[in-house]
Design a protein around this ligand. Structure first.
Ligand code: ZN
Length: 455
């Protein structure tokens, strides 16, 4: 080529991200991603010339991931904001590479069980949101009439429990109430998301007591999950309804799930970083920062969950970040509040275990960004491709760090991951083209409240 021949026409863009590892939906590749107005406009070859007016963010060898979408977060604000609030939770999310979170309907006061309660939550969350924030509604006894108004007000779906939730203002549904709620939700093709543990099995197991993890584990048997998931698969099939199983722990339920899906039943499933990275065998006595329901189970169960992810039977990996004040984490597994805090650590925790098991960063992005975005119908999130929001996490995947609770942004710095060394340092997080974190430091609050896309 002679010097007089014109090169390729430079592309117009406000902003461009260049990396040798851009995680596109087709896999990682060297690319330049252009952004205008907070939206991705093109994914171009790595060395595409840019006009001088374009601001270039050169990530070098760091990976450019679509921002993570965490559809399972308990923010507890207002009402139990001393456990966690929108200010602290969304900062922790941002520092961990999460750009969208959906808040669970319980543990706040009021719970998100009516459209009026949703309005209260939105008013509280709006000024505090550092990442894009949306809401699940709740299905409790007596609120069938509130489900459609909540749907129309923009919730992403409805959470229910089949066993006690842990808070009095959010009771579980019995079988008849479950059927009524799901019939109503199916009438507008909404989504029901379920804490799936059968109360009969929990009632006949020895109750949780004392500091020994083995006793706690025995109080939440796999059969409780397995039977609840059988029931949900049957109901989803019968009512042609969309049902999502929250925080799957029992790998014994995987054959039921895959059989239902093979038959076209609209059943989706998530699991959580703690089930994939922590095992019952390693929980010290009295270490109730590891307590959650359903519980962390044995190593052999964890291996089977990874197989379920690899096979595509499990769709998503989301945090179930559910904190409380430190005084509620007593050393007795019977009394302590159940919930694991991991919002800021989910990506490195899962990536560390995934790479050991031969999975790629592309797999992690599928489980933690693409699939949760699809579950929630978030068509602007979950992928690096033209037309989507310019939400990114810049990750140094081969760099390690050791978890220091003092560096976590969530309100009560209790975590089951303290002292663990992990692969994957989040260098920066970007929301609609704006940098919101820099090496764990918050630099801008740019979150918006989001609603379900009207179908
Ligand atoms: Zn939860």
């Amino acid at each position: 080529m002679s010097a007089s021949q014109p090169g390729p026409e430079p592309v117009e863009a406000e902003l461009a991200f260049r990396s040798r590892r851009v995680l596109t939906p087709d896999g990682p590749r060297p690319a330049t991603v252009t952004v205008t107005g907070g939206v991705i406009t093109a994914v171009l070859p790595h060395d595409t010339p840019l006009p001088p007016a374009t601001r270039l963010v050169d990530c070098g060898g760091d990976a450019l991931l679509p921002g993570l979408v965490d559809t399972h977060v308990h923010v507890n604000d207002p009402g139990r904001a001393e456990w966690e609030g929108f200010w602290t939770a969304t900062r922790a999310a941002a520092a961990g590479g999460i750009t969208t979170l959906l808040d669970m309907p319980l543990n706040s006061l009021p719970p998100t069980t009516t459209a009026a309660h949703l309005a209260v939550k939105r008013d509280v969350a709006g000024p505090k949101a550092h990442v894009d924030t949306g809401f699940w509604g709740g299905a409790i006894p007596g609120n069938v009439k509130d489900l459609r108004p909540l749907h129309e007000a923009g919730v992403f779906g409805f959470k229910c429990f089949l066993s006690p939730s842990g808070v009095d203002e959010f009771p579980q549904l019995d079988r008849e109430q479950l059927r009524q709620a799901l019939t109503e939700i199916a009438s507008f093709d909404g989504l029901l998301i379920v804490h799936a543990e059968d109360p009969a099995h929990l009632g006949s197991a020895p109750p949780a007591h004392g500091p020994r993890y083995a006793d706690f584990l025995a109080s939440r048997p796999r059969a409780a999950e397995n039977d609840a998931i059988n029931l949900l698969a049957d109901l989803a099939r019968e009512l042609d309804a969309r049902v999502h199983v929250l925080h799957l722990s029992s790998s014994d339920a995987l054959p039921t799930i895959s059989a239902a899906r093979r038959d076209g039943v609209r059943l989706t499933v998530e699991t959580c970083p703690h089930f994939l990275t922590l095992t019952a065998e390693e929980v010290p006595d009295g270490a109730t920062e590891f307590k959650c329901c359903p519980p962390i189970r044995e190593r052999e169960n964890q291996d089977a969950l990874w197989d379920g992810l690899a096979a595509g039977t499990i769709d998503c990996v989301v945090s179930d970040h559910s904190p409380c004040t430190t005084d509620l984490k007593t050393p007795d597994f019977g009394d302590a509040w159940g919930g694991i805090s991991s919002l800021q650590l989910g990506l490195p925790a899962v990536w560390t275990a995934a790479r050991e098991r031969g999975h790629t960063l592309h797999d992690v992005v599928r489980w933690m960004s693409q699939a949760p975005a699809r579950l929630a119908g978030l068509t602007a999130k979950g992928a690096i491709e033209p037309g989507r929001d310019a939400d990114f996490a810049v990750l140094a995947p081969d760099e390690t760090f050791t978890v220091d609770p003092a560096r976590l942004h969530h309100r009560n710095q209790v975590t089951a991951y303290a002292g663990k060394t992990m692969y994957g340092v989040v260098r920066s997080t970007w929301l609609r083209g704006r940098q919101i974190t820099d090496n764990g430091r918050i630099v801008e609050k740019a979150g918006r409240l989001i609603e379900r896309n009207p179908a």
